[in-house]
Write a protein that binds this ligand. Structure first.
Ligand SMILES: Cc1ncc(COP(=O)(O)O)c(C=O)c1O
Length: 349
């Protein structure tokens, strides 16, 4: 059966007709030689949004994070990070490969680094020990199911970092989701870190691109890293136009994705053997635990695919559903009907 409802990722969104129109009309230049006016406009808007002096437009969230790692650290130093973080688990080992860092992974609590564990992980000055180069936080936290890391938790970590003179990078791939879910501005969250990355191509719906923001001294180093990693693009205004529109127009509507995510959770939770309480869903990610006599995550993914519904397994007994702007109530109905046919239980959710 052809795919009717794709819940695998919020990276799946396709640019709307209005976004394509904005891309076609974008004023462009060679960003490496003379500068691209639309890229500049996006960088200024994004910097202002996260409350930083400036920002750089880069091709991906991974590159934005890796630029931050390279800009803040020296080879041989340590990166302190929560153990489920994207930066250590899903970026191909780049912290070691590109920057010669070793990672100190901490347990955290529901994705949030705890100030005490961070303090304990910081290295004292000693010739035998590595230096702590950087602390990284993730907002929202993907592996824990899109949880919003509270401003209080972030500021306690920021305080420990400040006392120790260690910078903090925020992987804010889904910072906009945290803003909408919490009512706290991006700049308030941004103030808890020295650099912030933001993805434009996830829930915000741009086809490509991310932002890495920080102060002027950071940006000087970040520009060198962007050059070295091959992330400085030419007539990039064509994609920056989509990013600018995404950031201006698609933040508030993330509330719809969060609402749909809670409905997806409730729909799954209504079935015996699927565990996903909707009051546990904070943003657009739903982790469903499969404890079913006939299905594990992989076999349920296959059964749903046969019904035209795509989801991602995240381990042997966890399914990940992600809501985004190309999904609606109709997709929830498709999912509900598919689950009812597969599991032979409730026909409506
Ligand atoms: C938390 C987080 N950080 C960073 C990234 C990397 O983004 P990209 O896929 O654009 O490299 C992702 C992508 O899924 C993510 O979920």
């Amino acid at each position: 059966m052809s795919v009717r409802s794709d819940f695998r990722s919020d990276t799946l969104t396709r640019p709307s007709a209005a976004m394509r129109e904005a891309m076609a009309r974008a004023d462009v230049g060679d960003d490496v030689l003379d500068g691209d006016p639309t890229v500049r406009a996006l960088e200024e808007y994004a910097a202002d949004w996260v409350g930083k002096a400036g920002a750089l437009f880069v091709p991906s969230g991974t590159m934005a994070n890796q630029i931050a790692l390279g800009a803040w650290t020296r080879p041989g130093e340590e990166l302190v990070v929560e153990r489920g973080a994207h930066i250590v688990n899903f970026e191909g080992g780049a912290a070691g490969y590109l920057h010669g860092l070793q990672c100190v992974t901490l347990a955290g609590a529901k994705g949030a680094l705890q100030a005490d564990e961070v303090r304990a992980a910081l290295r004292p000055e000693n010739i035998h020990l590595p230096d702590t180069g950087l602390i990284c936080v993730e907002q929202t936290h993907m592996a824990s199911g899109g949880r919003v890391i509270s401003l209080e938790a972030l500021s306690r970590v920021a305080e420990v970092a400040r006392e120790a003179g260690v910078p903090v990078h925020m992987d804010g791939a889904r910072l906009a989701n945290a803003v909408v879910a919490s009512g706290i501005s991006a700049s308030e969250f941004g103030a808890q870190a020295d650099s912030v990355s933001v993805c434009l191509s996830k829930g915000l719906g741009a086809p490509v691109g991310s932002i890495i923001a920080g102060d002027e001294a950071f940006l000087v180093r970040a520009r060198v890293l962007r050059k070295r990693l091959g992330g400085w693009m030419r007539q990039a205004g064509i994609i920056a136009a989509a990013g600018l529109m995404a950031l201006r127009e698609n933040v508030e509507r993330l509330a719809e994705d969060h609402h749909l995510a809670r409905e997806v959770a409730a729909c799954c939770h209504a079935h015996e053997g699927l565990w996903a309480p909707s009051d546990d869903v904070e943003t657009n990610l739903v982790m469903v635990r499969v404890e079913h006599p006939r299905f594990d995550a992989a076999t349920l993914v296959a059964a749903l695919a046969a019904e035209g519904v795509k989801v991602m397994p995240l381990g042997p007994d966890v399914l990940r559903f992600v809501t985004h702007l190309d999904l609606s109530g109709a997709d929830l109905e498709t999912l509900a009907a598919a689950l009812a046919r597969i599991l032979g239980e409730p026909t409506t959710c």
